[in-house]
Write a protein that binds this ligand. Structure first.
Ligand SMILES: [Zn+2]
Length: 504
């Protein structure tokens, strides 16, 4: 028989062991799959799901919603992060961040998972006083698993936001329409290691490129806030934290092509939400030579940028919320007759751009001056905004498109006296659209007497997506629906354009 003192000692040791095993203070630290692998292996889809489940288990502010399924059947998780029921506190700003639309650009996902870890550990609780966040770490799970740009159907998700034929983009837009977040952010990577850069002798080397929206129809005040306030802020934030940053300037080597800002097309994540006057942006982090190359630095760079972005939204919550509210009302109350740009181009503003690049010979920093720098977007063709458009009910593909986009439309009620205009396509040539040639129809417009009103649906332009609707449906728009294969038949020479305009 043991002495009472030994017994007490044993019981004490037992209690201590119990405490060590079960006290949260000693619980194993939450790690992302990339961290578990010591930054040697990208987070797999299953790894992401296990990690976010654990994050939601340890912190009640994190809720997981599956917003849809990829074409290969992987459920797409969206994390709603809020310190109360999501969307209930109307004084907060709603932010939607989505990463990895392109499966071969994985570091946005890894940065997002590191951010989720901080939320799970309560380190970012302060942000939740003003922000309700929806975070989608991986939009394109099928592409991610195969390290390929496209989704399981071979579609480029970030060229699919106008036609919404991919289940992933449909799920994202349904989510957007449900909550109408004031701020949206799309996270990508750029690849500066191609042959043309080796030949040029220098490559882009900034850890981050930050892009604002450029479409001329988007609120100029929102664009100004992005370019003149946010981008300088995030540059400084990244510099303080040991990362470099520049404005997003896509395109190839400077001596061959002009250098411009982001596209003004409306089929990508930033511009589609931006066209509804959201504070919508794109981040393009520097990719590796392959998917795992330099991944720790890349993941930490994305994570640091995301944290800086959320801090900016937190600091400017009222400003952004009010601005977006005012600018969205302008879309909803848009007046017929106001101009909408349907053809645009990139122009010089008289400035030269000096960029720090990396020499491909010495790997040292080298300054490159870009003469042909075109940071301005200007309209080259405008139309008067109609009251709305008439869509033939027999055009099933158009009706299905309006449904996928969640546009407001109805059977046409012809009781009211309205003027109806029809386009005749008289000629077709082509026009340069950011380096691609697209069909450029010539049209004649005439007023017609509508005899078969019940054959049409009416889609008004005074709605949040009003500018998207005009740019998609005008036959001369360089970013129209008819530039897509499934809608090509809408524009035919010597035929009437089947979509009609209702004007005052
Ligand atoms: Zn991308």
């Amino acid at each position: 028989m043991k002495s009472p003192i030994v017994l007490i000692k044993n019981i004490g040791m037992f209690l201590l062991l119990l405490l060590l095993n079960y006290s949260p203070a000693f619980a194993q630290e939450l790690q992302t799959p990339l961290e578990i692998s010591s930054f040697t292996k990208l987070s797999s889809y299953d790894g992401i799901i296990a990690f976010i489940n654990e994050a939601a288990r340890v912190n009640k502010n994190i809720k997981i919603d599956f917003i849809g399924e990829s074409s290969e059947g992987r459920k797409i998780p969206a994390l709603k992060i809020s310190n109360r029921e999501f969307g209930k506190d109307k004084s907060k700003i709603k932010v939607l961040i989505f990463a990895q639309q392109h499966g071969n650009e994985p570091s946005g996902k890894e940065g997002a998972l590191l951010l989720i870890k901080d939320f799970a550990e309560g380190k970012l609780n302060k942000l939740l006083k003003r922000i309700d966040l929806i975070l989608i770490p991986q939009m394109n799970a099928d592409g991610g698993e195969m390290n390929k740009r496209y989704n399981g159907q071979g579609l480029d998700l970030n060229r699919n936001h106008l036609i919404l034929t991919a289940p992933e983009t449909r799920a994202l837009h349904n989510l957007f329409n449900q909550y109408l977040p004031e701020a949206t952010l799309d996270v990508h990577e750029y690849y500066p290691y191609g042959e043309e850069w080796i030949k040029f002798g220098a490559r882009k080397n900034n850890d981050e490129q930050i892009g604002s929206v450029t479409n001329i129809n988007v609120s100029s005040i929102i664009k100004k806030l992005q370019r003149e306030v946010f981008i300088p802020y995030i540059k400084e934030h990244l510099k303080k934290n040991g990362f470099s940053c520049f404005e997003y300037i896509p395109g190839g080597v400077p001596e061959k092509e002009y250098i411009r800002l982001s596209t003004f097309d409306i089929n990508d994540g930033r511009q589609s939400f931006g066209s509804m006057n959201s504070f919508s942006m794109i981040f393009e982090g520097k990719n590796g030579r392959d998917s795992i190359d330099n991944i720790k630095h890349r993941a930490l760079s994305r994570y640091t940028t995301l944290k800086g972005y959320l801090q900016f939204i937190y600091d400017n919550k009222d400003k952004i919320k009010n601005l977006v509210s005012v600018e969205r009302k302008k879309l909803i109350n848009a007046k017929p007759g106001d101009p909408v740009a349907i053809q645009m181009n990139h122009f010089k503003d008289g400035s030269k751009l000096t960029l720090t690049m990396q020499s491909t010979y010495s790997n040292k920093d080298t300054l490159v001056t870009i003469e042909n720098y075109r940071p301005l977007v200007k309209p080259i063709l405008e139309v008067d905004r109609p009251v709305g458009y008439l869509i033939p009910k027999v055009s099933n593909e158009l009706v299905e498109w309006m449904k996928r986009q969640n546009f407001t439309f109805s059977p046409f009620d012809s009781k009211e006296k309205m003027k109806v205009e029809q386009y005749l396509i008289t000629k077709v040539d082509s026009i340069d659209f950011e380096g691609d040639m697209v069909i450029n129809p010539t049209v004649e417009k005439k007023v017609i007497a509508l005899t078969n009103a019940s054959d049409y649906c009416f889609i008004p332009t005074n709605q949040l997506a009003g500018n998207i609707i005009v740019q998609a449906l005008e036959p001369q728009s360089m970013i129209r629906l008819a530039t897509y294969k499934m809608f090509e038949h809408l524009v035919r020479v010597n035929e009437n354009y089947p979509i009609l305009r209702i004007v005052k």
